[in-house]
Design a protein around this ligand. Sequence first.
Ligand code: ADP
Ligand code: MG
Length: 242
Amino acid sequence: MSTQSLHPAISLTDLVYRYRSSDEQVVNIPRFSLKKGEQILLTGASGSGKSTLLHLLSGLMNPESGSIEIQGTAINQLRGSKRDRFRGAHIGMIFQTYQLLHGFSARENILAALMFSDLPRSTHNARALSLLKVLGINKPNQLVEEMSVGQQQRVAVARAVACSPTVVLADEPTAALDPDHAQGAMDLLQEACRSIDAALICVSHDHSLCPRFDRHQSLDELNSPNSPNSSHHGSEAKHGHD
Ligand code: ADP
Ligand code: MG
């Protein structure tokens, strides 16, 4: 416990990835780290590598080279079910289209995530219900596919934070929402992460989210070394893509 807390929530070194079919490095990040509880927005145009990066960070894909540590654990060195269990317990994920388990209720979706938690089994149902309540889901037994997109987004937030993960990764979490609902959804996501002191990496093409984050950076800045924008750290300016 004590040594774990000395590590950043997430730490990347010389992370490189390219798809097999292409010569181009989609990801090339020399160095990046995020502290426990810190929240960052990474912006980038469509095709800039946002989803690829989140798949690497969650251990769903392996990098070509470099290291990814989640609170000191090199996720790529974990194999098979060990990696799956580590992900389930330490990483909360919110996908662009939420990817909830259809055919199951909101409550059951949270219970499925809680299978990875250290909490005693007997407490899972109460935790699922209270999380859903906090996030404004009044019908926990409704099937997720019968919920509105906005409600599904809130179930996805509840699922991502259920195990009190070290880090939450959110892939364009507001892309499917209208602007009014998008603001409320971001409030809930950021507040939920604060309440469990989880670090948050949110990726989006939407620069209007920048003021919500103490840290925001474009993927162009993060990627090195010959990016034209690599010196503009912390800038929220648009970089001419889109
Ligand atoms: P973003 O999420 O920012 O829109 P992606 O990470 O999905 O970007 O994609 C980054 C780049 O990698 C794009 O150029 C895309 O065409 C390419 N790419 C994505 N998935 C694959 C794949 N499975 N095979 C080959 N290239 C891919
Ligand atoms: Mg994407």
